[in-house]
Design a protein around this ligand. Sequence first.
Ligand code: SF4
Length: 199
Amino acid sequence: MTVGQRPAVTADRGGTAGHPGRRARNIAARPRPVRPRLPAWLLYRIQRGLAPNAFYRRLAEWLERSPARYRIFAATEKAVKNEIFGCRMCGQCTLPVTGYACPMTCPKQLRNGPCGGVGSDGSCEVYPDLRCVWLVACERAEGRGRIADLHLLQRPIDHRGWGQSSWVNYWAGRDEDLWTAGDGPAPAIARRAPAAGRR
Ligand code: SF4
């Protein structure tokens, strides 16, 4: 596999796993806004430790050489990130530029900000008892001086990536075009297409 190609192995597509009684954090068919369990300052710090380097690139290659290893790693990632962020394993993680609030927990799965239905109290239109995840993202990013992150344009999600490890994709360099400046060039979707016959 080369950089830019999608792995042929995935964890089970998020839909059934989870912890009974923790509905908001389940990988559910109907996403619900989730407020991250960890503070933004800590997550930005952890992110620096996970930045791609030669070690992580080799680790990603090693994991992708074995479907069994990959599945175990992706299942671990799913358990950890679902608990903290309500992660649904879209495989194309946008957390570093959304204040670590997962946009895929938006019931409408909007990747570029809130819809027009946000309540005047900041509530989600679909789940009025919950805060809009995009307001949570704005508050967390602004609190760390990262509001400019929210001006970036997220490209449309590649649905072939569901269930893949976003950490492996990140370390393998596949996330470099996940977002761009709002007035920048259009993100390259074709670059992320899987090799013929791999999926
Ligand atoms: S953006 Fe995707 S990979 Fe990242 S936490 Fe949300 S569902 Fe998971």
